[in-house]
Write a protein that binds this ligand. Sequence first.
Ligand code: PMV
Length: 315
Amino acid sequence: MAQARAHPNIALVKYWGKAPGSDNKPASPSISLTIDELETVTRVSAAKKETIRLNGKLVQDKKISNFLRLFDEAFGTGPLNIESSNNFPTGSGLASSASGFAALVTALNETFELGLDLPERSIWARRGSGSAARSMCSGIATLEEVSGDWQAREISAPSRWPLSVVVAITTEDRKSVSSSVGMERSRSTSPFYKAWIANATKEFDTCKAAIKNKDFQQLGMITESSCLQMHAVMMSSYPALIYWNEVTVNCIRAVREMRSQGLDVFFSIDAGPQIKAICLPEGSSKVESLLRNVKGVKRTINCGLGLGAHTVTND
Ligand code: PMV
């Protein structure tokens, strides 16, 4: 039996679209920040029959079961008992599947003493959920094709360039269309999809350069642009994928207003209605108090950069 902890990550250059084939490879490279404060803790043990408990409730989860079947085929791990808990809303655009699969792979690697290295663990996490590969890494990570496979790499440790992420929760409801279903819908129906994928590598390179130079303005420009392009693809899919609510829009306006007042801050939004405001640590309390006062915001969480998925000692 083993236990592991992983944090969600927020993409700066987004991934929205899969490569053809069955190995859950992305169609374009992405970059993200692993954040602290939000976390998934997952415990794995051998069992007679597979059971999955999510936040204390017994669930049937096809995505997890399919992943466990693949893992069993590769390593002969047999039926398992999985217990996983999140300290934040699940399935509502806060990357719970990223932290979930990153924690699961880390706990599996430990339970069965598989000795998988970071690239291998990230490839396995990616098979569960594309963005989960990046939660294997601390600080800022890429998910890119390296020697023929898509794996995550840490490109900036939390201490090299500390950044803050203020998460504004606008609703705790689950999203109605999952990322996998949404991505396939966008690929097959959005007239903007091809251009989005074609543009991603350029954005990826620009973002990497901004991180290398610690250029906050450039990072903000690329991040907001990638986020809004992804949502344009989502909204131009059929049926349209509109993950925002009115509070999301209020928060976008608030972040833009903060910027016009001289605060260094930019926003990002994933497949859900929550806002993530990325700022410098010295400005994060101000950003948090301004976001908390935006009409409709339920609560805020002020995060720093977090560690990659790691094992934790059993209680
Ligand atoms: O990893 P998935 O399948 O949950 O997809 C993640 C998609 C986004 O969060 C919207 C973007 C990203 O790159 O994380």
